[in-house]
Design a protein around this ligand. Structure first.
Ligand code: SAH
Length: 264
């Protein structure tokens, strides 16, 4: 392709009235490519191909946005739609940073079923970099590989919707006792436990610049021993007020405060 063509095709999509890139419509539909995008061709397969080919009924010539988790987003044009595969031509690229200025990790004793998926979706929207299921004394079994893969898929869906160009990492489950001891002291470490802790608003600096980890226990709560162990390792125990929150509410309330204080 001639350079002149490419330059013209690489022109960024016009911005909307808010000055931000448009998020809806064909040009705004976003698709995740698991392989790093190099060169001017990309291929969608499986769920992403299904979404574009069968849900949105794409045809050759349609414009979409691709991302590969590298922090870059790519303008692309559909070249060929087949049953399980969509081929695209990459016509432009730009680095777009929609990440929090600090690295936020959520360490959570997962709730069940749909509430897990919902929590992962919201964690992505609020900008968490990493999501770690934790094994606790009173927790139910934490996810195995298929469940982790489902949560990873949920993270991709949420990233498509909210415009993140980096994926929140969904990590294998870890023992809370081990994670509490291993977490570096340069990280702001908050463990949520009802009663007796400090108010998070007094603990999270403004502005926040340090990497931060937030830990939330299971429906049965952390045991006093689990909390004592974390406090002994330098974690700050935080109290979210007189009401008992669901696991996902507690995690998201803290994530929202961190995101706000990080100016993200
Ligand atoms: N059954 C437990 C509460 C568990 S709620 C009890 O009555 O003590 C699940 C998790 O959400 C808790 O382990 C804690 O991490 C967090 N959480 C819920 N409400 C909270 C609050 N008011 N303050 C601090 N953490 C809270």
């Amino acid at each position: 392709m001639a350079m002149a063509d490419r330059a013209e095709e690489s022109t960024p999509t016009p911005t909307g009235p808010t000055g931000q890139a448009p998020r809806a419509g064909r040009g705004g539909d976003r698709f995740f490519v698991a392989e790093p995008i190099e060169g001017d061709r990309a291929v969608l397969a499986e769920a992403e191909a299904h979404h574009l080919a069968h849900v949105l009924r794409a045809v050759a010539g349609d414009n979409v946005t691709l991302f590969d988790g590298s922090g870059v987003e790519y303008a692309a044009r559909v070249v060929k739609v087949s049953r399980h595969r969509v081929e695209l031509e990459v016509v432009g690229r730009r680095a777009v940073d929609r990440e929090l200025p600090v690295e936020l990790t959520l360490a959570v004793a997962l709730p069940k079923g749909e509430r897990q998926k919902w929590l992962v979706e919201k964690a992505v929207e609020l900008g968490a970099a990493r999501f770690v299921p934790i094994e606790t004394v009173r927790g139910v079994a934490q996810p195995g590989l298929p469940a982790l893969e489902r949560l990873g898929r949920q993270a991709i869906e949420a990233s498509k919707q909210c415009g993140r160009n980096r994926l929140m990492e969904v990590c294998p489950a870890r023992s809370w006792a081990e994670l509490a001891k291993a977490c570096p002291s340069a990280t702001l470490r908050l463990a949520a436990h009802p009663g007796g802790g400090r108010a998070p608003i007094d603990v999270v600096p403004d502005p926040l610049a340090a990497p931060t980890i937030v830990a939330v226990g299971p429906e049965g709560g952390f045991t006093e021993e689990e909390i004592a162990l974390a406090a002994g390792a330098g974690w700050t125990v935080v109290d979210l007020g007189p009401r008992i929150l669901r696991v996902e509410t507690a995690a998201l309330a803290l994530a929202a405060l961190v995101a706000a204080r990080a100016r993200g």
